[in-house]
Design a protein around this ligand. Structure first.
Ligand code: MOS
Length: 698
C-alpha cells in the first residue's frame, strides 16, 4: 500500500475540485452570516492634498444606510508599518483612489449608492506621478526588502566595458501592471466582544491576523482569520489590504457582521501593483560571445506610503558569468498608489530586460542565442560566489531546443513570410530563487487508519492542499484517501504565506517531518494506534537553516513562435514551449497547471498588459477589464510545459523547488525576441502592441 496512486509526482486531481466546480467551495464574501451588512468604500478624488469637508447627509437619507465612516467618526487605529492600512485616520490624501470613507448598508446596492452620494471637498496640492529617467527624486536604496543590497559591484565594469570587442547598450521599459486576480479582495468580518473573526481572501492569514491585532490593539489570539479558498492573489494578497481593515472597523462600529468586496475598478489603487521600470543594460563581450562586463541599472518608483522597490537587477547577479559587473537600483517616491509584489516581482521585469539584451548580444556576435547562453553559464553564482545546489539551465535550453525544433531555424531576421504574415521564433531563460520559510504542522493518527493533517497553508488556486496531502501520504506510507487535510485558518498550526513560490517547500517540510515522526511512533508501538489516537507536531525553524551554503534557484528555458501581421502589426503567439528544472515535481498535473499559468501571464505581459499613468488626473487610466487587457483563452495557443528530472539534496526532504512564479519569468523576452526574429524590429518597451510596431511597417 505504500506506492502507486499517491506517490509523490503523480497526477492527482485537486482535492477541492468538485467543491469548486459545483460552487460549494466558499470564498471570503460568500460566508453566510445572519444579519450581515454590506460596505462600499469611497476613493479619494485627488492625488495629493487634504480633505477640507465631508458631507454625508445625502448618503444617510436612505433608511437602508446604517453608517458612513469617515476620518471624522471612524474608530482610532494603532499604527502599523504598512501605512496604507491606517485608514480613515486623517484628512491627508497620499494618492488618488486611497479609501477616505465607507458606506455601510443593509444591501450592496444601498451601500454603493450611499458611497456615491458622499460629498467630499478637498484642497488639492500639486502632484507628481510620472516616472522619468532623470527624475530629481531618484535615490539609491541601500537595501531592498531588508534582503538584498540595492547596488553590487564586481571588478571594474567601466574600464572593461570601454575596451570590450563587442558592446551593447540599450534601455528596456516595462509599464505599470496590475495583479487582478479573478476573486477580488474581499472579507466578511464579525466581532464577539473583543474577539474578531474575518473570512478573508489573502495569501497568508497569519500576517493578516497579526496586522489586525496591532491595528485594533488586541491580542493576536483574539483574531481568527479564515481563508479556506482563495481565487488567486498574484502577490497582491500577500499582506493585509484595506478591505479587511475597513470590514473589521465597520463591523466593530455597527455591532453586526460586515462584508466588503473591493470593486474591480478600485483594485489598481488599493491592492498593490507592479511599478514601471526603466532598465539600462550594457554588455561588453569578446567576439566569442563570452561576457566580460555587464551593467544592469534599474530606475523605478515607489509611493509616499510604502517602501516597496521592484528589484529588477537581481537576475543579473545570478544568471551569467560576468567578471566585471554593476547591478544597481534607483527609485523615486511619487504620489502614486503603493506598488508591491506582483507575479515574480524583480525577476519578471528584470529578466525581460536581461534576456532581451542577451538576445541582442547573440545577434551582434552572430552566435546562436541558445549557444551564447550556454557559453556564459557559470559554475558558481556570480554575485555570491556560492556553488549552485543544482543548476540545469543548459539542459533546459538543449531539451527545449530539441522539442521546439529550434535548430531548423534560419537565424536571419525579417525573412519568413506566409502571405502578409511574418513568422519568427525566440528563446529566453527563466530563473526564480528557492525560498523556504519556517512552518509548523500537526498530524494525528486514529486507530481506524485515518490521518488528520493540520497546517495553516493557503491554497490560492495552486493545488497546495492536494500536494500537501500527497507529501503526508508519502511520509506516512498511507493511501491518499486516508489522509485528511485542514488548511486556511489561523486556528491551525502557524505557517507562512503563499508567496515567493515558497509554499509547498515550507509547509511541506513541516508536514513531512510530523508525518515521518508519527510513523516512527506507530511503528514503535507495534504498528497500532492507541484508542485515544496519536499526534505529532513539527516546527521547521531550525531545519530551514540548512542549505544556506548554496545558491538555490530554479531554472528554465522558453521558446516562442510568433506571427506578425504586416498590415495591422498585430502579434499573435503561435507556440510556446517551456522546459524547467525545479527539483522534484511533486504533482505532475498541478505542476503543469502552474507552469502553463505562469507562461500565460508571461505572454499576457508581452503582448497585452500595462497601464498608463494619467499625469493630470494622477491615476492609472486602465482600471477595469475593458481597458486593462489580460490574456484570455483566444489569446493562448499551444503552450507546452515540460521539466527535466532534477535531484537536489540541498533543498528540503521532498527535494522540491518552488514552481509558482518561474513560468512567467523570461516569457516576455522569448516573445519579444521572436518578434525581432520575425520582423527585424527590436521592441524594448512592453507590451508589444500594434501601436508600438506599426510605425516600423510604414
Ligand atoms: Mo508572489 S508575487 O511572491 O505572491
Amino acid at each position: 500500500m505504500t506506492t502507486m496512486e499517491h506517490t509523490l509526482g503523480a497526477s492527482i486531481a485537486r482535492l477541492e475540485s468538485r467543491a469548486k466546480v459545483t460552487g460549494t467551495a466558499r470564498y471570503a464574501a460568500e460566508y453566510v452570516t445572519d444579519d450581515a451588512l454590506y460596505a462600499w468604500p469611497v476613493p479619494a478624488g485627488i492625488a495629493r492634498g487634504e480633505i477640507t469637508a465631508v458631507h454625508t447627509e445625502a448618503a444617510m437619507t436612505d433608511p437602508a444606510v446604517v453608517v458612513v465612516l469617515t476620518h471624522q467618526n471612524a474608530p482610532r487605529l494603532h499604527p502599523v508599518e504598512d501605512r496604507t492600512l491606517t485608514l480613515l485616520q486623517s484628512s491627508h490624501i497620499a494618492h488618488r483612489g486611497q479609501y477616505i470613507a465607507l458606506a455601510v448598508a443593509t444591501s450592496l446596492e444601498a451601500a454603493r449608492s450611499a458611497a456615491g452620494a458622499v460629498l467630499v471637498q478637498y484642497k488639492a496640492d500639486h502632484h507628481d506621478v510620472v516616472l522619468a529617467e532623470d527624475h530629481p527624486g531618484l535615490y539609491m536604496p541601500e537595501e531592498i526588502d531588508g534582503l538584498w543590497p540595492g547596488t553590487r559591484e564586481h571588478g571594474d565594469f567601466d574600464t572593461v566595458y570601454a575596451t570590450a570587442e563587442i558592446r551593447t547598450d540599450a534601455v528596456y521599459t516595462t509599464p505599470p501592471m496590475h495583479n487582478h486576480p479573478m476573486e477580488p479582495h474581499a472579507a466578511t468580518a464579525l466581532w464577539d466582544g473583543d474577539a474578531l473573526t474575518v473570512y478573508d481572501s489573502n495569501q497568508g492569514s497569519v500576517t493578516v491576523q497579526h496586522t489586525l491585532a496591532q491595528l485594533f490593539g488586541i491580542d493576536a489570539g483574539q483574531v481568527r482569520v479564515v481563508s479556506e479558498h482563495v481565487g488567486g492573489g498574484f502577490g497582491s494578497k500577500g499582506t493585509a489590504r484595506p478591505h479587511v481593515v475597513l470590514a473589521a472597523m465597520a463591523a466593530r462600529v455597527v455591532g453586526r457582521p460586515v462584508k466588503l468586496a473591493v470593486p474591480r475598478n478600485h483594485m489598481p489603487a488599493v491592492v498593490g501593483h507592479r511599478a514601471p521600470t526603466i532598465q539600462r543594460i550594457r554588455i561588453g563581450a569578446g567576439r566569442d560571445g563570452c561576457i566580460q562586463a555587464l551593467a544592469h541599472e534599474v530606475v523605478t518608483c515607489t509611493s509616499m506610503v510604502g517602501r516597496f522597490v521592484e528589484a529588477a537587477a537581481l537576475p543579473s547577479r545570478v544568471m551569467y558569468i560576468a567578471p566585471n559587473s554593476r547591478t544597481a537600483h534607483r527609485v523615486t517616491r511619487l504620489d502614486i498608489p503603493a506598488p508591491s509584489w506582483m507575479r515574480a516581482p524583480g525577476e519578471c521585469p528584470g529578466m525581460f530586460a536581461l534576456e532581451s539584451a542577451i538576445d541582442e548580444l547573440a545577434y551582434v556576435c552572430g552566435i546562436d542565442p541558445v549557444e551564447l547562453r550556454i557559453r556564459n553559464d557559470p559554475q558558481v553564482e556570480p554575485d555570491s560566489g556560492l556553488p549552485f545546489s543544482s543548476r540545469h539551465l543548459t539542459e533546459c535550453l538543449r531539451e527545449g531546443a530539441r522539442r521546439f525544433g529550434w535548430h531548423e531555424r534560419d537565424p536571419s531576421p525579417g525573412t519568413r513570410y506566409e502571405g502578409r504574415l511574418l513568422i519568427g521564433s525566440g528563446v529566453a531563460a527563466s530563473m526564480y530563487p528557492v525560498v523556504i520559510l519556517p512552518s509548523r504542522a500537526e498530524v494525528r493518527a486514529d486507530p481506524d487508519g485515518h490521518y488528520w493533517v493540520r497546517v495553516n497553508a493557503t491554497d490560492i488556486g495552486t493545488g497546495a492542499r492536494t500536494v500537501l496531502a500527497q507529501i503526508a501520504a508519502d511520509a506516512l506510507t498511507a493511501p491518499l484517501g486516508y489522509v485528511h487535510i485542514s488548511i486556511g485558518s489561523t486556528d491551525l498550526p502557524e505557517a507562512p504565506l503563499a508567496g515567493g513560490s515558497s509554499g509547498t517547500a515550507s509547509w511541506g517540510w513541516a508536514v513531512h517531518n510530523a508525518c515521518v515522526r508519527l510513523r516512527g511512533l506507530i511503528e514503535h508501538s507495534g504498528g497500532s494506534v492507541p484508542a485515544g489516537g496519536l499526534s505529532v507536531s513539527a516546527d521547521t525553524t531550525e531545519d530551514v537553516k540548512s542549505g544556506q551554503e548554496y545558491a538555490r534557484c530554479a531554472f528554465g528555458a522558453q521558446f516562442a513562435e510568433v506571427q506578425v501581421d504586416t498590415d495591422t502589426a498585430e502579434v499573435r503567439l503561435r507556440r510556446l514551449t517551456g522546459v524547467f528544472a525545479a527539483g522534484r515535481i511533486l504533482n505532475a498535473r498541478t505542476a503543469r497547471s502552474q507552469f502553463i499559468g505562469g507562461m500565460t501571464m508571461g505572454l499576457s505581459m508581452a503582448l497585452m498588459e500595462g497601464s498608463t499613468m494619467d499625469p493630470e488626473f494622477g491615476d492609472y487610466a486602465e482600471r477595469d477589464f475593458a481597458s486593462y487587457h489580460v490574456a484570455v483563452c483566444a489569446d493562448v495557443p499551444a503552450i507546452e510545459a515540460h521539466w527535466i528530472d532534477e535531484e537536489d539534496p540541498h533543498l528540503n526532504p521532498m527535494h522540491s523547488k518552488g514552481i509558482g512564479e518561474i513560468g512567467i519569468v523570461g516569457t516576455a523576452a522569448a516573445v519579444a525576441n521572436a518578434v525581432h526574429h520575425a520582423t527585424g524590429v527590436r521592441v524594448r518597451t512592453l507590451p508589444i502592441r500594434p501601436d508600438t510596431l506599426l510605425p516600423h511597417f510604414a
